[in-house]
Design a protein around this ligand. Structure first.
Ligand SMILES: Cc1cc2nc3c(=O)[nH]c(=O)nc-3n(C[C@H](O)[C@H](O)[C@H](O)COP(=O)(O)O)c2cc1C
Length: 220
């Protein structure tokens, strides 16, 4: 698969087959992702990969916190408001997701179910958490975003599905404690990783993008 096909055919997968990936394949995916660029080559990424019982135990713990109504402790706040253009795109995403899957994320009752599915890593055999030192600037957050994309593309090129998940960082304090990660690190993103369940209706969802002329201004 060339780079263009890889970028344009990657999509978020939200139902996985349970079988774990071979360790060598996981290793290879990170070995590719590490070639991401970063500000002054600081490489501000620290990664935890959870599998097997460790992943299941963390998933249970976070689901329990959520069910008990524990206040979330994210290191990056969930946005409460959006500018009109971005808000319209979110509405469009929810609409296409409701049409494709019957899951209407604008419905607060559905959000609870959706969060529980996120906390279960959508049935994936591996959960990946991305951390960096909390003292790092916004540039490093940017670098970690580039790394996350490299990771998803490397996985996709090897036939491995992913979904980036802000929701899985809701209980950052408790997750860091569970994983033995110092409080001085910030938890930026969680991802599920594994083979896609191609029979699951939710994986039929394909999202749209705005055309180039909507976001590029050509000046000469
Ligand atoms: C930073 C970030 C956080 C996201 N958080 C979640 C999440 O918590 N749960 C989820 O199901 N999808 C999440 N997504 C996936 C987006 O909904 C998805 O990337 C977007 O709708 C475009 O779809 P595509 O990835 O299939 O191209 C997240 C994506 C990004 C980049």
């Amino acid at each position: 698969m060339d780079a263009i096909a890889c970028i344009s055919s990657r999509k978020s997968i939200r139902a996985f087959r349970p079988e774990p990936l071979p360790r060598e394949l996981l290793q290879e995916i990170f070995d590719i992702a590490r070639w991401s660029p970063s500000y002054k080559n600081t490489q501000p990424w620290e990664v935890v990969v959870l599998s097997g019982e460790k992943k299941a135990a963390l998933s249970r713990e976070v689901q329990r916190l959520f069910q008990d109504g524990a206040p979330p402790t994210p290191d990056l706040d969930e946005p409460q408001t959006w500018p009109p253009a971005e808000a319209a795109r979110i509405a469009q995403l929810y609409q296409s997701r409701a049409q494709a899957t019957g899951i209407d994320l604008a419905d607060p009752k559905v959000i609870k179910k959706a969060k529980m599915a996120n906390f279960a890593f959508y049935g994936a055999p591996h959960a990946v958490y991305l951390f960096q030192d909390a003292s790092l600037s916004l540039w490093s957050l940017f670098d970690l975003g580039l790394f996350a994309q490299s990771l998803m593309l490397a996985a996709h090129a090897r036939g491995v599905a992913t979904v980036p998940q802000a929701f899985t960082t809701d209980y950052a304090d408790q997750i860091k404690q569970f994983l033995g990660i110092p409080a001085g690190k910030r938890l930026v993103l969680g991802l599920s990783l594994g083979y896609a369940d191609t029979t699951a209706p939710i994986n039929a969802l394909s999202t749209a993008r705005m055309p180039v002329d909507e976001f590029v201004r050509w000046l000469s």
